[in-house]
Design a protein around this ligand. Structure first.
Ligand code: AMP
Length: 416
């Protein structure tokens, strides 16, 4: 029979890498609770319309990358390609705007995009992200950005760069888009076919194109900075000022537009010098129209999403150690019940403990103890049972001692 493999662009995660995931997930929970974020878990599939309306039907994600299918009742459903639209949907549907304060959410979970797989880019990948609703202060933009940078630094990810931009708002962007469209049309066939299509749809997307020819032409196009309204200009200045209070350094990148349509005002991206082509660690921005767009109140929002696989790639050096195992061995099958009970007591104390039910003799059990990475093997034989003691073999040094059972706890506290 043919072997069935995991679908292209997906991966299995297991030990030892899984320990890095536990480490990262714990770090996220601990860190974001300090800023009063609450975890939210939403379904991994939603009505397709949520994403076409929320992310924008002109975007790459919606046009090319969604896993969309019909269920048995002919509903069009989509595996979520990102989570902001879902969090907004959940907040509206559950009336969270009234129930929860402050309106700060974080999430951890898989996202799905039909993208060309390569190192750091998968079809199922894991993101964590945060969202703050109902706060339009520029200082909250700065705090969101600070938290992203500070979190990465706490993970000892140092070689990073923060790009910052303002993408305007419905007051100033339409006029800028007209100017941009006109300038782009004048360049006409110097753009790739994809970019030519973007001119009429959303010309901002041209700045996302990585084709050298298009990048060169895009370098001559007018920039949003010269077209921001006073409110956007003031907001942007205040974000930069607050970032300086928080000691966050950044580069202004007037061509940073981000892949999703819903951004207003602040947009940002963090890249790593240690990754290859897929160097974006996280990206986000303000989305002051999304909540209303999806049927909620007229309420501001800001957040970011980070790629966890890419963060994990930076955690090599952290190499969280494997837990130290205690192996309880029995010389004869008749001492197995004692071994089982000793294992239960030790687990209650918090130690990871293994008993081998299959091995019929001590030699085989020692072999197994090595395989499971035991630090110590505790041996029960007639002698030990009679005298209320246990022998302990240090698997690294191969030294063996015998101690009284009543001293075991103390001994483990000192030597484990
Ligand atoms: P986005 O939602 O496109 O702004 O992406 C936010 C972050 O998610 C990026 O900076 C990446 O770190 C990560 N990411 C996006 N797409 C993928 C993918 N296909 N595979 C792995 N990580 C991804």
């Amino acid at each position: 029979m043919n072997e069935i493999k995991a679908p292209k662009g997906t991966r299995d995660i297991f030990s030892p890498e899984i320990r890095k995931w536990h480490f990262l997930e714990n770090a996220i929970h601990t860190y974001y609770r300090k800023f009063l974020y609450q975890e939210i878990r939403t379904p991994i599939f939603e009505h397709s319309e949520l994403f076409s309306r929320g992310i924008g039907s002109e975007t790459e994600v919606v046009q090319k990358e969604m896993y969309t299918f019909s269920d048995k009742s002919d509903r069009s459903l989509t595996l979520r390609p990102e989570n902001t639209a879902s969090v907004v949907r959940a907040a509206i549907e559950n009336n969270l705007f009234e129930a929860i304060a402050p309106l700060r959410f974080y999430y951890i979970g898989p996202m799905f995009r039909y993208d060309k797989p390569q190192k750091g880019r998968y079809r199922q990948f894991q993101q964590f992200g945060i969202e703050v609703f109902a706060d339009d202060s520029p200082q909250v933009d700065a705090e969101v950005i600070f938290s992203a940078i500070d979190f990465l630094k706490k993970l000892k990810i140092e070689d990073i760069r923060l790009d910052l931009n303002s993408v305007g708002c419905p007051q100033c962007r339409p006029a800028y888009l007209q100017v941009l469209r006109k300038a782009a049309r004048a360049e006409g066939d110097r753009f790739c076919a994809d970019c030519r299509r973007k001119i009429d749809g959303n010309p901002l997307r041209i700045f996302d194109c990585k084709q050298p020819g298009c990048m060169e032409v895009a370098g001559r196009l007018p920039l949003i900075h010269d077209h921001l309204c006073a409110a956007c200009r003031d907001h942007f200045a205040a974000v930069r000022e607050a970032l300086s209070w928080m000691n966050v350094s950044f580069q202004i990148n007037p061509r940073l537009v981000r892949g999703l349509d819903y951004y207003t005002k602040t947009a940002f991206e963090v890249t790593s010098g240690q990754l290859g082509a897929q160097n974006a660690l996280l990206g986000g921005g303000r989305y002051n129209n999304l909540i209303q767009e999806l049927g909620g109140p007229d309420m501001a929002g800001i957040g970011f999403a980070a790629g966890m696989e890419r963060i994990i790639l930076h955690l090599e050096h952290l190499g969280t150690p494997a837990p130290k195992v205690l192996f309880v061995a029995y010389q004869e099958p008749q001492w197995l019940p004692h071994a089982v009970q000793m294992a239960q007591v030790l687990r209650e104390e918090g130690y990871p403990v293994y008993v081998d039910y299959q091995a019929k003799n001590l030699k085989k059990q020692f072999k197994r103890a090595d395989r499971v990475g035991a630090a110590f093997t505790l041996i029960l034989a007639e002698d030990e049972i009679q005298s209320g003691s246990v022998s302990i073999k240090d698997m690294a040094s191969q030294e063996q001692i015998k101690i009284s059972l009543k001293d075991l706890n103390e001994w483990l506290k000192k030597n484990y």
